[in-house]
Ligand binder design. Structure first.
Ligand code: BGC
Length: 759
């Protein structure tokens, strides 16, 4: 019987293989025939990706880009919004250019399209892969119905430095979690068939190590050992490639002294040869040209360097378009390499089904019904609530009662434009909702709401301007600090409880929004201090795009709910959680430090030769004079309105050999009085290795829902696959020895058992 099943499966496998093979052969024949007709200029044209910039419907035909499209000098366009404009531009390509090659249309659809989901750092705090996949599916559905077929997402850069503003765009500090999220998002965007009109070609970015910028300053230099690179930072990019991502974006930083855009080892040896990536590599915005400032050469030199390194498409810079012809004549690049790059772009278009129908993604009627639909908004509200992390809840301050009077205070309490957070380029900011509005709609008939702004974002007006770009101003109030504060104290006096909506503005994180200070701005802290003095319960609803230093807040504010930037429907979700309709279950994917001097602080660090054993402080051990090594909130941390109890960890065996598998289990019990979800986390430590190994590494997690009083056994199957790492010679394998197996509620609070695994 077993053999019959095996035989049947191999027939199915063979059938799928031959279908794919036949499809590839068909595509290759088509592209060979097309390329045989193309001039060098037309091939270079395919490598050119300008930003849409100046397009206005009706005026497209006369713009400079339009002329280039007609001349076959454009392969795709990005950040052009509206199905009508895209149709007009596509028409130019397929009606006016010589070979009628359709354009592809890209956009930074990072966390939703018009229906905006939480920022990626918030999405990662859900630890819910089906949910993350669903958000990407909805985003793909909306964007594709509006003419877009390529998204510059997922961004999977590991970051351990919350000073870096773009930590908000990624999945935090952990390679395993980052890899799982990369897979879920790619599946959500690309589906099973890219040629369907509701899918997007995904683009994993920024390859590689962009999140390790020195001092957290954006575009900064990175430099790290290959062992660290492969064991920690590279994993999510590799997971994306394994998941079949269609494109990869190079990063702005240098690696081993060579900018990623010109780094052949990175783009060809590792990505294309070692990992077997078959899709196209696109530059970041003027990333090729920026190698001039890096100090690598002039435009002609850096463009040839990039082409030879394996980069296929040039975003905005036009170095490929304008210099590669001359470099070819001088034999600095080969026609074979230019052909290969052109082929990659044509293949992407072919797989998107654009040669079959250039208007496949252009359907005005679909856009009208799909974009920002009531159903999508409802899902966004549900998803947002799952991303919130309850950081503190002394004396069960939360959930709040739906009765009495509430003071809603703070610079983020009545602002809708900031709810979507950074990189919500397709969002219609005016369609979002403010927290005040959401309170009125959800509990306004039961609770008296007293609103006051309380303070501006920051005392420094110039800072506030820098932190409020792209139409996301918090509308600075010209009253004095005292006037604003007194109004807030009046609102508080009339209320039973105070909800303060404070923290960062949306543009205080994201690209080129690095900070050297991770505190909530002082003026807002003063407001919170004054409100605490009233003696009434204070709940801090924290808006942030990064881990902040909340040591003071953690000590004095009774309840803190971190809501990141929760998206267009986020304010409703905040009301759902504050008033107990939804029990928070988010867990941090990045460590919150006690102070900025501890940065970089991350859970999966090495032990060192002098680890701190026992209490802080100890002379001649690895610690600080002025602060302990502990984080304020560790990786994986997050509270619930209920309490979960973990039993001791049970291993199916404390010895294993070769390819055997072992089960590690705990019994999880909901001891509180609310139904709730808990993310049960599995960590492993390789106690002795041929190179030093981290003190703990996430290897699995499960999100479990339990009713009050309910218990369940949570089991993880561990195989040698979970023990593998890149050794000194960058060989990926596992080594025999002892392993600590840990299961717990966060990276610090775990149950532990040890297993010996022999070869
Ligand atoms: C960013 C990319 C983005 C690109 C296009 C660049 O500045 O680094 O993440 O995809 O712009 O908007």
């Amino acid at each position: 019987m077993k053999n019959i099943v095996k035989l049947a499966l191999s027939f199915v496998g063979l059938f799928i293989f031959s279908v794919l093979h036949a499809q590839d052969a068909k595509m290759n024949t088509f592209i060979n025939q097309l390329m045989a007709k193309m001039t060098l200029e037309e091939k270079l044209g395919q490598l050119n990706l300008p930003s849409s910039g100046d397009f206005v419907t009706g005026a497209a035909a006369s713009s400079d880009i339009a002329k280039k499209i007609e001349a076959g000098k454009v392969g795709g366009l990005f950040n052009i919004k509206s199905v009508a404009k895209i149709k007009e531009v596509q028409k130019l390509a397929v009606e006016k250019s010589r070979l009628k090659i359709p354009l592809m249309f890209g956009m930074d659809v990072i966390h939703g399209y018009e229906t905006v989901f939480p920022i990626p750092l918030g999405m990662s705090a859900t630890w819910d892969m089906p949910l993350i996949e669903r958000s990407a599916r909805i985003a793909a559905n909306e964007a594709s119905s509006d003419g877009i077929n390529w998204t510059f997402s997922p961004m999977v850069d590991i970051s351990r430095d919350p000073r870096w503003g773009r930590i908000s765009e990624g999945n935090g500090e952990d390679p395993y979690l980052g890899g799982q999220i990369a897979k879920a998002m790619i599946k959500g965007y690309q589906g099973n068939d890219l040629s369907k009109n509701n899918t997007l070609l995904a683009c994993v970015k920024h390859y590689a190590l962009y999140g390790a910028a020195e001092a957290g300053r954006d575009y900064g230099t990175t430099d790290m050992s290959r062992v660290r690179m492969f064991n920690e930072y590279m994993l999510p990019y590799k997971a994306a490639v394994d998941a079949g991502v269609g494109s990869v974006m190079a990063s702005f930083n240098e690696i081993d002294g060579l900018p990623a855009h010109g780094n052949k080892w990175l783009l060809t040896d590792v990505l294309k040869k070692q990992w077997g990536f078959k899709g196209m590599v696109v530059s970041d915005y003027t990333g090729i040209n920026e190698m001039i400032a890096h100090g690598v050469g002039d435009l002609k030199t850096v463009s040839a360097l990039s082409m030879n390194a394996g980069l296929d498409m040039d975003m905005v810079g036009e170095g490929f378009l304008t210099t590669l012809g001359a470099s070819l004549k001088e034999k600095k690049v080969t026609l074979a390499r230019i052909d290969e790059a052109c082929r990659k772009i044509l293949e992407a278009k072919y797989k998107l089904g654009l040669f079959e129908d250039p208007y496949r993604y252009i359907d005005e009627n679909r856009a009208k019904t799909e974009v920002f639909s009531a159903a999508n908004r409802k899902e966004a509200r549900t998803i947002a609530a799952q991303s919130f992390v309850l950081l503190k809840n002394a004396n069960n301050t939360l959930p709040l009662k739906k009765s009495g009077a509430i003071a809603l205070i703070g610079p983020l309490a009545d602002n809708k434009e900031n709810m979507g957070g950074t990189w919500s380029v397709a969002a219609n900011l005016s369609k979002a909702t403010s927290l005040l509005q959401a309170f009125k709609e959800t509990i306004g008939d039961k609770v008296a709401i007293h609103y006051a702004k309380g303070s501006n974002l920051d005392a420094d007006a110039k800072f506030e301007e820098r932190a409020g770009m792209f139409g996301k101003s918090l509308k600075r109030d010209n009253r004095t600090d005292d006037q604003l504060l007194n109004e807030a104290l009046d609102a508080a006096a009339k209320s039973d409880v105070i909800v303060v909506a404070a923290g960062e503005s949306a543009e205080m994180s994201g690209e080129a929004s690095s900070r050297s200070n991770l505190d909530i701005p002082g003026i807002q802290k003063n407001l919170i201090k004054a409100l605490l003095k009233t003696g009434k319960p204070v709940v801090l609803v924290l808006f942030t795009g990064r881990p902040l230093t909340l040591t003071w807040e953690n000590e004095y504010v009774p309840a803190i709910l971190n809501v990141w930037f929760p998206g267009s429907e986020g304010p409703y979700a905040i009301a759902d959680v504050l008033f107990g309709d939804v029990n928070p279950s988010g867990k941090l994917s990045a460590t919150f430090p006690q102070n900025v001097g501890q940065v970089p602080l991350f859970y999966n660090h090495k032990n060192t030769g002098r680890p701190l054993r026992g209490p802080w402080f100890q002379k001649f051990q690895s610690n600080y004079l002025d602060v302990s090594n502990d984080p304020l909130y560790p990786f994986g941390y997050g509270l619930s309105y209920t309490n979960f109890n973990y039993s001791d960890l049970v291993l199916s065996s404390n010895k294993a050999k070769g390819n055997q598998s072992v089960t590690a289990s705990v019994t999880l019990t909901n001891k509180g009085s609310y139904e709730g979800k808990e993310v049960v986390q599995l960590y492993i430590r390789d106690v002795v290795g041929s190179i030093t190994r981290p003190v703990s590494e996430l290897k699995g997690f499960q999100k479990i829902s339990l009713k009050p009083g309910e218990s369940t056994k949570v089991s993880f199957t561990i195989t040698p696959e979970d023990l593998k790492f890149y050794n000194y010679d960058l060989k990926y394998d596992w080594e025999a020895g002892d392993f600590d197996i840990m299961i717990g509620t966060n990276a610090q609070t775990v149950k532990k058992a040890t297993i010996n695994w022999s070869k």
